[in-house]
Design a protein around this ligand. Sequence first.
Ligand SMILES: O=c1ccn([C@@H]2O[C@H](COP(=O)(O)O)[C@@H](O)[C@H]2O)c(=O)[nH]1
Ligand SMILES: [Zn+2]
Ligand SMILES: [Zn+2]
Length: 244
Amino acid sequence: MSLSLQMLGTGGAFAKQYFNNNALLSTEDFTLLIDCGITAPMSLHQIGKTPDEINAILITHIHGDHVGGLEEFAFRMKFQYKRKPVLYISEKLVQPLWENTLKGGLTQEGISSLEDAFEVHTLIEGVPCPLSPNLTVELIQTPHIPGKDSYSLYINQEIFYSADMTFQPELLMKLVRERGCRTILHEVQFISPGAVHTTLDELRSLPEDIQQMIYLMHYADDMENYVGKTGPMQFLRQHEIYSL
Ligand SMILES: O=c1ccn([C@@H]2O[C@H](COP(=O)(O)O)[C@@H](O)[C@H]2O)c(=O)[nH]1
Ligand SMILES: [Zn+2]
Ligand SMILES: [Zn+2]
């Protein structure tokens, strides 16, 4: 089964050079957009993809670099393509995404709820959900900002995609040692301490065999200074296509 990954961006919250950390995950017949930040519409434009080529969007948490492009995406689908985007989201994020983020911009005649703007499919943490015949996603709740829900992803029971999260070595060890994880796509913050993100030093403390599985993303604009300083972990690059 072939699964490809193309990052629309690989940057952290304040990165400008690498855009927001959003990903296109594709099988032969399905393309999932993981997070839709402020820069997602521009990045899609740069790689020549239109919103109607995206089969679904999945949201990990409601920071702007992960949801800031949803308003434009929904309006373009409504007015240019005459349909709603499919949105996969934790049941716990539906209300905050609408009330705290999208309501102000999307409310108008015909749109007064998240369901009016999107075809909403709610996900339950820990329950794998088939999005298409060759793509299954399970939400794993991971700590980020105290009091705000955030979900990492376990894709096809073998690929871990971190949302923004604090370092969770036990989770990573369990996924690899007990659940067959073979690839880890992980956010990284170069400067310690991490506070709400995982630092390079923390990832470097993992066993060598686990570091070999890690691709780094959600990094700052000075990333090039760290090339060669990440041990066996490699950086994901914006717009490159990876076979997972
Ligand atoms: O130096 C910093 C910069 C930001 N934060 C916190 O990060 C999030 C925003 O970034 P995301 O990538 O969207 O998570 C926000 O909560 C900031 O307070 C930080 O802790 N330190
Ligand atoms: Zn982020
Ligand atoms: Zn965040």
